[in-house]
Ligand binder design. Structure first.
Ligand code: XMP
Length: 314
């Protein structure tokens, strides 16, 4: 196979995109990740202001994400419209325990809110940052990725009457990062660790509640800050179901939530190895979590590879 050239990929994609979306209004939903960011920049290079960039604040994103995305794109001369749709997502997920049902509810709410926003923005074409691993995982039946794919005939946005364009669908993550660098995206985007479409909704095992959401958001910020310098594919906390015993004031028993830490190395998310992080770093994260999130009584470390486990817990 010929060596992948990001320069050639960019030139070729921009000229193809010019004919696919150039004269019409199109839209891209940014997530803060590298895939949607690269998709957006390629789209802007092809269509300029005819491409609308939006960020859906669904309530399951990391703390500060909307501001971060807006800042990064503003610095590149691209403005991002942030839409607050948190209420719709929270009520759609209420009472749902099963992981795939949560994904489905999340996906349907995403398509409903996003297609409404797309219509308001006057767009007929949707640019999506689907990459090759999404196709492999979804087609293989492991999990239904939220940016579902036209190849397997289940992209609901088509049913809403939109044309879908997926400029990255033949690329793997490392190639997307090469393209991101070629396009001049900053390191904080190029090296951003993957984040699942349904976001923190699938990092709370079982039913999502506002209390659990607030806990996982705080824990995620702590892990992101503490492990920013660690070279790994993904590093994140998961809020487990149920509660475990801890020691409260005056040696009384108290029940608290359990947080598991997942830190993995991977090339393409198809297989992964857990990272042998220094004990001292694990202990530091444990202390910060316990100190700052009183509802948590235990911090656990996941030492399972993929396979047999998946990277996410749900
Ligand atoms: P798993 O857990 O299947 O994850 O080993 C593989 C990669 O995919 C991400 N992931 C998702 N991404 N929607 C997404 O967009 C999802 O529903 C989803 N589930 C898992 C996961 O973070 C990892 O990078």
């Amino acid at each position: 196979m010929a060596k992948f050239s990001p320069r050639e990929f960019v030139d070729e994609k921009i000229s193809r995109l010019k004919s696919e979306i150039g004269g019409e209004t199109s839209i891209v939903a940014l997530s803060g990740g590298v895939d949607s960011s690269v998709t957006a920049v390629l789209g802007f290079k092809a269509a300029g202001r005819n491409l609308k960039a939006v960020f859906l604040e669904d309530g399951f994103m990391r703390i500060g994400e909307a501001e971060r995305v807006s800042r990064v794109f503003r610095n590149m001369g691209i403005s991002v419209n942030v839409h607050d749709v948190q209420k719709e997502f929270l009520s759609a997920l209420k009472g749902i325990r099963d992981a795939e049902d949560k994904r489905k509810a999340f996906r349907e709410t995403f398509y409903k809110t996003f297609s409404r926003i797309a219509r308001e923005e006057g767009a007929k074409i949707v640019l999506q940052g689907t990459i090759a691993a999404d196709i492999v995982e979804t087609a293989g039946g492991v999990k239904t990725q939220h940016n579902v794919l036209e190849q397997i005939g289940i992209n609901p946005l088509e049913k809403y009457g939109f044309k879908i364009v997926e400029p990255l669908k033949e690329l793997y993550k490392n190639q997307v990062r090469m393209v991101a660098r070629e396009l001049g995206l900053p390191d904080e985007i190029v090296n951003r660790r993957p984040f699942p479409g349904p976001g923190l909704a699938i990092r709370i095992l079982g039913e999502v509640t506002e209390e659990k959401l607030s806990i996982i958001k705080k824990a995620t910020s702590i892990v992101d800050d503490e492990l920013a310098d660690v070279e790994c594919f993904q590093a994140f906390p998961v809020l487990l179901e149920g509660k475990a015993t801890g020691v409260g004031g005056e040696s009384s028993r108290k029940y608290g939530y359990m947080i598991a830490l997942r830190i993995v190395e991977s090339e393409d998310a198809i297989t992964a190895k857990y990272v042998r992080l220094d004990w001292s770093r694990l202990e530091r994260i444990r202390d910060i979590i316990i100190r700052n999130i009183p509802e948590v009584s235990r911090v656990l470390y996941d030492i399972t590879d993929k396979p047999p486990a998946t990277i996410e817990f749900e």
